[in-house]
Design a protein around this ligand. Structure first.
Ligand code: SAH
Length: 284
């Protein structure tokens, strides 16, 4: 202790020492706060993955161009899904909305046949949707809103393969997560309604190690990326990197091989396929 300090009153000295200690612990406090923030961020990420809270909505990109392209997500399959699948669809819809906000080339987005459990999920768990802009929640079918001749139902089961997106058309994505229980569901629906069908040019773009049925948000993101790049391969690889595609395929096959035909198997598959974000690259 130097002379200057020793001439201080007892109280002032105490104060000074306290301040010194506070300064010395700055690094420690900073590290502790960083750790706390990291933990909070991880917890939030986990909650988003479990579908407990919706993913954060990105701000609209400045200078965003809105194309004339209309994209419909057909939510008429509500009663065909389990509660977990409803949660999964809802979070995939949030992803579509978020992708449309953050992309440089936005589309006109419609959620048609909106209601029942999906609406309930939005009303209770994704309440922020009331502030969503530039998306139409419509309780009616797309048939009541658009000209039939403009409609193209996207489905992996179609024989026609899309070459280019046509801005005069309305592209429909089936709003369903079903692990492909319902084969040809959207294809048959479109045929019955006399609507054109088309599949994405997936085989031309990526080497497939698994099925070619994608999740709703991935199909949507591929469409908006195509508007930006006018290149399917680039769009596909942006949304589903080849490496991840293969890994997911391997992971799922491993799980299928390792677990017997019990409830546990479907539980594990549910987790893999329904946890939003990275895990559900494929809708299957
Ligand atoms: N069994 C469902 C699968 C749902 S996958 C069905 O009958 O289609 C969710 C939606 O994503 C599909 O309805 C379809 O609109 C779209 N989709 C998935 N993979 C696709 C692909 N390869 N080409 C075009 N659309 C696809």
């Amino acid at each position: 202790m130097n002379l200057q300090q020793s001439s201080l009153s007892k109280n002032a000295l105490k104060k000074l020492l306290k301040q010194q200690k506070w300064e010395e612990s700055r690094q420690e406090r900073k590290a502790a706060q960083k750790e706390k923030d990291k933990k909070k961020k991880l917890e939030k990420k986990k909650a988003v993955e479990l579908g407990l809270i919706p993913p954060p909505i990105k701000k609209p990109k400045p200078n965003q161009i809105t194309s004339n392209l209309r994209v419909v997500i057909d939510l008429s399959f509500d009663s065909m899904m389990t509660d977990t699948e409803i949660t999964s669809v809802s979070s995939q819809l949030t992803r579509c909305y978020s992708a449309n906000r953050s992309t440089s080339h936005a589309v006109n987005l419609f959620f048609t046949s909106y209601g029942q459990r999906i609406q309930n999920r939005f009303d209770t768990k994704i309440q922020s949707h009331i502030n969503w802009k530039d998306v139409v929640f419509d309780t009616k079918s797309y048939l009541e809103r658009f000209d039939k001749d403009d409609l193209v139902y996207l489905t992996a089961d179609a024989t026609d393969v899309i070459d280019e997106l046509d801005e005069n058309k309305v592209y429909i994505i089936g709003g369903i997560v079903d692990k492909n229980r319902h084969k040809n569901l959207c294809y048959d629906k479109a045929k019955k309604e006399n609507i054109a069908t088309a599949q994405l040019p997936i085989e031309k773009c990526i080497k497939m190690t698994t099925r070619k049925v994608l999740a709703i948000n991935h199909v949507f993101e591929i469409l908006v990326r195509w508007l930006e790049y006018k290149d399917w391969q680039k769009a596909f690889l942006d949304v589903i990197p080849q490496r991840k595609f293969n890994e997911e395929g391997k992971k799922k096959r491993r799980i299928k091989q390792n677990v017997g035909a019990t409830d546990l198997k479907s539980d594990i598959l549910d987790t893999v396929q329904n946890s939003p974000v990275k895990e559900d690259e494929l809708s299957e």
